[in-house]
Ligand binder design. Sequence first.
Ligand code: NAP
Length: 515
Amino acid sequence: MTFTPHGKHLIAGEWIGTEQTFTSAPANGPVHVFSVGTADLVDQAARAAEDAFWTYGYMTRAARADFLDAIAEEIEARAEAITEIGCQETGLPEVRLNGERGRTTGQLRLFADHIRIGEYLDRRYDEALPERQPLPRPDLRAMQRPVGPVAVFGASNFPLAFSTAGGDTAAALAAGCPVVFKGHDAHPGTGEIVAEAIHAAILECGLPAGVFSLVQGGTIDVGQALVQHSLIKAVGFTGSLSGGRALFDLCAHRDEPIPFFGELGSVNPMFMLPEALANRGTELGQGWAGSLTMGAGQFCTNPGIAVVIAGAEADAFVEATRAALSESGAQVMLTEGIAAAYANGASRVGQQTGVQDLLTSMCDRREAKPFLFRVTARDWIDNHVLAEEVFGPLGMVVVVQDADEMLSVARSFTGQLTATLHLDDADAALGRRLMPVLERKAGRVLANGFPTGVEVSDSMVHGGPYPASTNFGATSVGTLSIRRFLRPVCYQNIPAALLPADLARAEERPGLHDY
Ligand code: NAP
């Protein structure tokens, strides 16, 4: 079942075109024409989202959960067509698109179950103490409520799981927030067919049409108009540090500033401790090469830096990495722009003082091959360019002289999504010294594994101090990510008849569960 996009925007249930168009730039397959987004379409979508909020934000959790399940089913009903156009637009292999579709529907169902259980409401109750001296205490209850319409920017590197019906959209819809989604120009057709699935679920569940709108891009104005729209109350974003920072600043400068949850860049350092390197350096080098080249290195958790203590074990690890990387072939990147940024980034790194080329590659148009560089800790610490993310399969080995210098390198990192320790039992003392530092730097600290492959679960944290994210209190993966689109409200002395059903106690509302 081949899908041919019509190239329109989905605004409150209507497919709308505009005169100005842009064309997709698929890695293979047919080019399609898409209507360019406008500030007027953003306005229509935001107004419809606000209208929808008065229904959607106040309906039962069970009804919202059924809607999330319905979206998952509608996506599955279009499985083949989604994979076909997704592969064409992104150049990613079929197995990846199929896997990502499973992750996307899994996330939707996970959030459905999560809101059915209801613990995310974080309900609190301070019983009234009318006789308390010197002052009585009123009846106080609190719980989390949805913030209102939310803007979501999809990621280029996850055309399904972090895009139209991806994690941010699922979390916002689960919270009770209508979504205005900004399509990504790297996969507009994939965005359209997934929007079609969401639209079908809206009709099936009898929801207001403004619960979800898709505005395609084609111009920078769309994203700017979206984050500045007065009816938008929060933004979920995955992408570049420069784009994310620009949009974050726009949010902060609004008359009513709103939270911008940007998941931005990260180099995801790994600390290779001596005993682990001595015992299994070759295996670790091969493992690093595999993680670094997975998906052409286009993962925000790609481990770009390995820190090693100088010596024969470190040399063997580096050689194993180099050998494994040199065997991996060219891979197609998501867009020509990302491929060009990768080639420029590799060239910039290679020109820095003290940087030694271990493996350099010639990349053709929209292709990535791995690079491997080596630098001493002294040259690395003094040069911020070397700590910047180069999106793609580029590895950097930072060589330290001893454990103290490894700690200095660890302290010099900016915020990261992940930090990894590779250690064996005899490395425990150094591991204990590193842990408090890594915990301050990263949203997720892991041992003896590679950070790519982010589990979608209750305990996952995919975020971290800036620039890994613009909000260190949040995660963009896992059930905790719903908190981004909620705010606590306290209800003081509110009569039971007026309380939200979720907050009334059993004796006040017969038939409801107590909490
Ligand atoms: P991007 O350039 O940041 O774009 C992401 C989204 O934000 C797009 O929809 C884009 O719209 C919009 N946007 C960006 N800057 C904007 C601005 N100043 N005003 C309004 N809208 C703006 O990211 P990308 O295209 O996905 O990839 C480019 C680079 O981002 C990569 O090379 C990589 O370095 C990085 N990246 C990082 C991650 C990560 O997880 N850390 C993930 C993906 C990409 P338009 O395209 O319409 O302008």
